[in-house]
Design a binder for this molecule. Structure first.
Ligand SMILES: *Cc1c(COP(=O)(O)O)cnc(C)c1O
Length: 423
């Protein structure tokens, strides 16, 4: 098919050309004397993305799921109790992983479309006077429903209950796209993967552990080999890894961090918020509803859009892909067929997103939904126009053809002169 594929699933996200080029290199010896310069800088700089100075960063050749596992097995023992709200497919899968490691999970089932139930968490922890609960597992941004939870409020719930449980946070679809403050929120284990906000291919499971989490290793008896923090800490201390790292992904990560720091993390978050608001304006203009039940839960990285009864959202996704080369996210688990998702995270701008909104709109009309042609595109476009930052004055105009022909030292062309006056 001619033209580019429009990749709008919430991971993997678009990999910028800069990162593709950075990864396109020959393999090298990961035990050479030159290697530690790369590894040490990455482990240091990655902490800025998690907003931690006291935490320790780990880079596993894995995915977000591996990060989940690493966080749990290094800090808990089989039979330990953990508390976990479940409000979407990712919180469900993390709970399943914990159970398969022999942890006893107290599940709080929450309506899919809502976020972490802060008051329930505080009640349960307050009642747990013997401190049986060793950890609280929270998915910051539930990618299946497009719901962002308030991690600062969860921290206040733990503190309110004066409970010492470790706070585990899945930031796979939030970190590097939505503000995440590991130190400020006293998150003990924070997890992400490479293929979402970090704009890389899948293949890295990234974890940061607080000093309290590292101390918990002393008593944690879950079996661990590949994901053992201890082996990593020992090797990382001299700039190496206990086994072969993915060299291209490490160079890709270096470029990704450089891009994030060049734009500035706050600007990255603001861009995601503004782009997401445009998608939400489109959804309203279509007369449709988000799965997220209240604005406080609206995710800035993914919108899960409910289709009306009688329509199968899988058909929208199928037509979008086969007819318009647009990849939309599917409804996961019990939401299959009920919604489709537009991922809006990573390397994105307004016009890319308007293309996705146009494609979604066309595909929805193709499957028979009554959507006013152009309604969503118009609403999003107007949002982007009206919320754009004012343009700075144009510094200098390009030389006009007649100016370019003039000998050096002669007067600039009329257009350049006009630009100089304006400046
Ligand atoms: C993508 C995702 C995961 C799973 O990550 P993998 O890299 O596919 O293992 C976990 N949690 C959330 C919130 C996600 O969005």
């Amino acid at each position: 098919m001619a033209g580019r594929n429009f990749l709008f699933v919430p991971g993997p996200t678009n990999v910028p050309d800069r990162i593709l080029r950075a990864m396109d290199r020959a393999m090298e010896d990961h035990r050479s004397s030159a290697f530690p310069a790369l590894a040490t800088a990455l482990l240091r700089d990655l902490k800025q993305v998690f907003k931690t100075t006291t935490g320790q960063a780990f880079i596993f050749p894995a995915t977000g799921t591996g990060g989940w596992e690493a966080a749990l097995v290094n800090t808990l023992s089989p039979g330990d109790r953990v508390l976990a709200p479940r409000y979407g497919q990712f919180s469900h899968l993390w709970i399943d992983l914990a159970q398969r490691h022999g942890l006893r999970v107290d599940i709080i089932d929450v309506e899919w479309g809502e976020g972490a139930p802060v008051e329930r968490i505080e009640e349960i922890l307050t009642a747990d006077t013997t401190h049986e609960v060793k950890g609280v597992l929270i998915v910051h941004n539930e990618t299946a429903t497009g719901v962002t939870s308030d991690i600062a409020a969860v921290r206040r719930a733990l503190d309110g209950a004066r409970h010492p449980a470790l706070l585990y946070v899945d930031g796979v679809s939030s970190i590097a796209a939505i503000d995440f403050q590991m130190d400020e929120w006293q998150v003990d284990l924070a997890v992400t993967g490479s293929q979402k906000g970090l704009m890389l291919p899948a293949g890295l499971g990234l974890v940061c552990a607080s000093p309290k989490a590292l101390a918990a290793r002393e008593h944690a008896k879950c079996p661990r080999v590949f994901f053992d923090f201890g082996d990593m800490i020992k090797a990382n201390a001299t700039g190496y890894f206990p086994y072969t790292p993915s060299i291209p992904l490490l160079y890709g990560l270096r470029e990704s961090l450089a891009m994030l720091f060049e734009e500035g993390l706050d600007q990255v978050f603001a861009r995601h918020h503004r782009l997401a608001d445009g998608v939400r304006a489109a959804v309203r203009a279509w007369g449709l509803k988000l799965c997220a039940r209240a604005p406080k839960w609206h995710s800035d990285t993914v919108s899960a859009i409910l289709v009306p009864e009688g329509c199968n959202a899988a058909d929208v996704i199928d037509v979008a892909f086969r007819r318009y080369n647009l990849a939309l996210g599917a409804g996961l688990g019990r939401l299959a067929g009920k919604l489709y998702r537009i991922g809006h995270l990573g390397d994105l701008n307004e016009l890319m997103l308007l293309g996705a909104i146009a494609g979604a709109e066309m595909a929805m009309r193709d499957v028979g939904l009554k959507i006013t042609p152009g309604a969503g595109v118009a609403a999003a476009a107007e949002h982007y126009r009206s919320s754009a930052t004012p343009l700075p004055p144009r510094a200098a105009a390009a030389p006009t053809p007649d100016a370019a022909q003039q000998p050096a030292g002669s007067k600039p062309g009329p257009q350049a002169a006009r630009a100089a006056v304006r400046a």
